[in-house]
Design a protein around this ligand. Structure first.
Ligand code: UDP
Ligand code: GLC
Length: 391
């Protein structure tokens, strides 16, 4: 028997948390529904994957409350929050479990769980630390989770530690992102030169690729700074400013790329859905987040594409990469260290290939889809006290 799960995610945009949910929810498509608060690339993907979904328009007002938002903004969103909570509660009556996949989804989902007695799992994709969120927001979500969640799921040990340190008391289960290696295997069989030609890259130019939405803390500017110390290298910047408020940063990156020393060496690819192919065409995959990354799908994906990866040493990333063994780690925001690490890989391609192979093997065994689904089944068992045979 398959559980009926009401998945709730505020976002219509396709971030890592939504990519996680696409894979997590797929085996439950026959009995479950995904609720979002706005349309976007995520809802298009839900449609493409045949996952039943609903858009709760009343939730759109919650979208306008920003991380750095004021009390006033929060108060103005209250009527919309109440309408959304009511709508989620009405839906929840027909489901066995509510799964809230974001902080903004937690608020209405918690209310619906209380009203209907449906067990709630809250999936934490963020590091609830002062580096990322204000005191008010951390207090609010932690208290709501403590009061309402039957189980808190986290995407890394770092996320679990931050939740506990911030006062989270509930039981916690780890469900790291599970990734399908098949598209990466296929991409590795393709001719990388064809992709390089599409970006006007000569076949011997070292290409350093970063695969992230454009946002200040994702640190694409650090790669552009590092490029000054790597005179033959090119940067492939894949991703768009996906969330409101990030456009000025994208504009700053374009200005930074126009520096005469970088001219012709920075390639903006925009949002892409052929990530495995693009990664396979890179010499090195670079992760540049200047604040601690909660998990970092692009780090695990770079390894699956069998590329040497240089990533920043903070948050969940050191759980994926063992430095000098399966990749290299550098301090966040340190362009000189990033350039030095990339140069050492370019100088020793055999060593770089060995790191990439070890990293790929580690991600295959540690971050498979089956493992993620087994961990989710465990979570479902714990909150419903029933055993489901599914994924
Ligand atoms: N990604 C994508 N297209 C792009 C840029 C990024 O599909 O143009 C994907 C990337 O492959 C990764 C995800 O977006 O799977 C980003 O997840 P990550 O955990 O690295 O960071 P997040 O944006 O969730 O904080
Ligand atoms: C969030 C985090 C990212 C993580 C993703 C999926 O977007 O910022 O680090 O990989 O969720 O769990």
């Amino acid at each position: 028997m398959s559980p009926r799960i009401l998945f709730v995610d505020h976002s219509g945009a396709l971030g890592g948390a939504e990519l996680f949910l696409l894979d997590l929810a797929r085996p439950y498509a026959d009995t479950s529904t995904v609720v979002t608060f706005e349309p976007g690339r995520f809802t298009e993907q839900l449609e493409a994957h045949g996952l039943p979904h609903r858009i709760l328009e009343s939730g759109a007002a919650l979208q306008r409350v920003r991380k750095s938002g004021t009390w006033m903004q929060g108060l103005r969103a209250l009527p919309a929050l109440a309408r959304t909570a009511h709508a989620v509660a009405q839906q929840a009556r027909s489901y066995d479990v509510i799964f809230a996949n974001s902080q903004k989804a937690l608020l209405p989902a918690a209310w619906a769980a209380q009203r209907t007695g449906t067990p709630l799992i809250w999936m934490v994709h963020d590091l609830l630390t002062p580096e990322h969120f204000g005191w008010m927001q951390r207090q609010l979500v932690t208290r709501i989770a403590n009061a309402s969640a039957a189980l808190v799921a986290v995407n890394s040990r770092a996320t679990a530690r931050a939740f506990a340190k911030g006062g989270g008391t509930g039981p916690v289960i780890e469900i790291p992102n599970g990734l399908d290696p098949a598209p990466f295997d296929r991409a590795c069989q393709k001719d990388p030169l064809a992709l390089r030609t599409a970006f006007d890259l000569t076949h011997d130019a070292p290409v350093l690729g970063v695969f992230s939405r454009l946002a200040e803390w994702k640190g694409q500017h650090v790669l552009l700074e590092a490029l000054h110390d790597l005179p033959t290298a090119h940067a492939l910047i894949v991703g768009e400013a996906a969330f409101p408020g990030d456009e000025p940063y994208a504009e700053r990156l374009r200005t930074q790329a126009a520096h005469p020393a970088l001219r012709g060496r920075v390639h903006f690819a925009g949002h892409r859905s052929d990530i495995p192919e693009l990664m396979a065409a890179c010499t090195i995959v670079v992760h540049t987040s200047t604040a601690a990354e909660p998990f970092g799908r692009m780090v695990a994906e770079g390894l699956l594409a069998e590329r040497p990866v240089v990533a920043t040493e903070a948050g969940g990333v050191p759980e994926i990469i063992r430095p000098q063994h399966s990749g290299l780690l550098v301090p966040p925001g340190d362009a000189t260290a990033l350039a030095t690490a990339c140069q050492s890989l370019l100088d020793d391609p055999d060593w770089a290939a060995a790191l990439a192979r070890t990293g790929a093997a580690h991600v295959r065994t540690g971050y498979g889809l089956e493992r993620m689904h087994a961990q989710f089944e465990d979570a479902l068992r714990r909150v419903t006290l029933r055993t489901y045979v599914n994924a």
